[in-house]
Ligand binder design. Structure first.
Ligand SMILES: NC(=O)c1ccc[n+]([C@@H]2O[C@H](COP(=O)([O-])OP(=O)(O)OC[C@H]3O[C@@H](n4cnc5c(N)ncnc54)[C@H](OP(=O)(O)O)[C@@H]3O)[C@@H](O)[C@H]2O)c1
Length: 253
């Protein structure tokens, strides 16, 4: 799966799936524009990319802010001259449901980062992806396929459903221009997502997450990264508008 001299943008590259995936692209020969809010964490990822002999462009941006998001594609093109792959990985969760009075607040927060920013970035990237016959990989969740059992995460789930349908609609619009758009839908992943989002989840649930999967195993960041790289590669040239589930059989339970 060579990405030799390809240019890839990974949002949410400061930790978890995004950080691991950025390094995996660099190992396969890509130059990577890494996007997130936390400069220090991005700098560490950039150092690791450079240690692999590839170029890294750090773009500090808050994707919930339209003005920040607006600069990401132009900075990448200015620096690298082209764009081959856009990985819309950044995501957040905010708790709120119908009966706790926080529904609209949670809805607005998650939709801004998990959906609106993806629409904005994909739209700005599309003309450059058409030039390279590139592609987009969106990181959704199994929560985009079934309602979350944690009802206070309902708007996270709603945002991932919207992302799934955006993936299919974008794939249809861009297919005549030779640009593919796919989605990866992980089940629970062994990283800091719950802690980073300050989710009110009991320690018991956190330590028993594997009980929610049929295989009794929780995926690691690089296992999600492998699916992302596959979909972004020429090996997946016949795949567009698809939803790739990697959940250790979470949906079976
Ligand atoms: N972990 C799981 O169990 C799991 C399961 C299914 C799907 N997912 C999805 O996987 C994706 C990656 O999450 P992860 O698991 O790797 O968790 P993570 O370690 O918390 O990563 C989230 C990334 O998104 C960035 N981010 C969040 N809000 C942002 C904003 N407003 N502007 C810019 N960057 C922002 C964070 O960086 P900064 O904080 O530095 O900005 C971080 O790099 C998300 O879309 C998530 O919904 C995760």
């Amino acid at each position: 799966m060579s990405f030799n001299n390809k240019v890839v943008i990974v949002t949410g590259a400061s930790s978890g799936i995004g950080a691991a995936t950025s390094l995996m692209f660099a190992k396969e020969g890509a130059d990577v524009a890494i996007v997130a809010r936390t400069q220090a964490k991005l700098a560490a990822v950039a150092k690791n990319i450079q240690a692999l002999g590839r170029r890294a462009l750090v773009i500090q941006a808050d994707l919930s802010k339209e003005a920040d998001t607006a600069t990401i594609i132009s900075k990448t093109i200015q620096h690298f001259g082209k764009l081959d792959v856009l990985v819309n990985n950044a995501g957040m969760a905010s708790q709120g449901c119908l009966l706790d009075g926080k529904a609209l607040q949670a809805y607005d927060e998650v939709m801004k980062t998990n959906v609106r920013a993806v629409v904005q970035l994909t739209s700005l990237a599309a003309p450059y992806l058409i030039q390279t016959k590139g592609n987009v990989v969106n990181i959704s969740s199994v929560a985009g396929l079934i309602p979350s059992k944690m009802t206070t995460l309902m708007f996270y789930a709603v945002s991932k459903v919207a992302l799934g349908h955006f993936t299919r609609c974008a794939a249809l619009e861009l297919a005549p221009s030779g640009v593919r758009v796919n989605s990866v839908n992980p089940g629970p992943v062994e990283n800091q997502f719950l802690t980073n989002n300050k989710l009110n989840v009991s320690d018991e649930l956190k330590s028993n997450l594997s009980d929610y999967t049929a295989l009794g195993y929780i995926a690691k960041d690089d296992e999600i990264g492998r699916v992302i790289l596959f979909l972004a590669s020429d090996k997946a040239r016949s795949i567009t508008g698809s939803t790739y589930v990697i959940d250790n059989g979470c949906l079976l339970k």
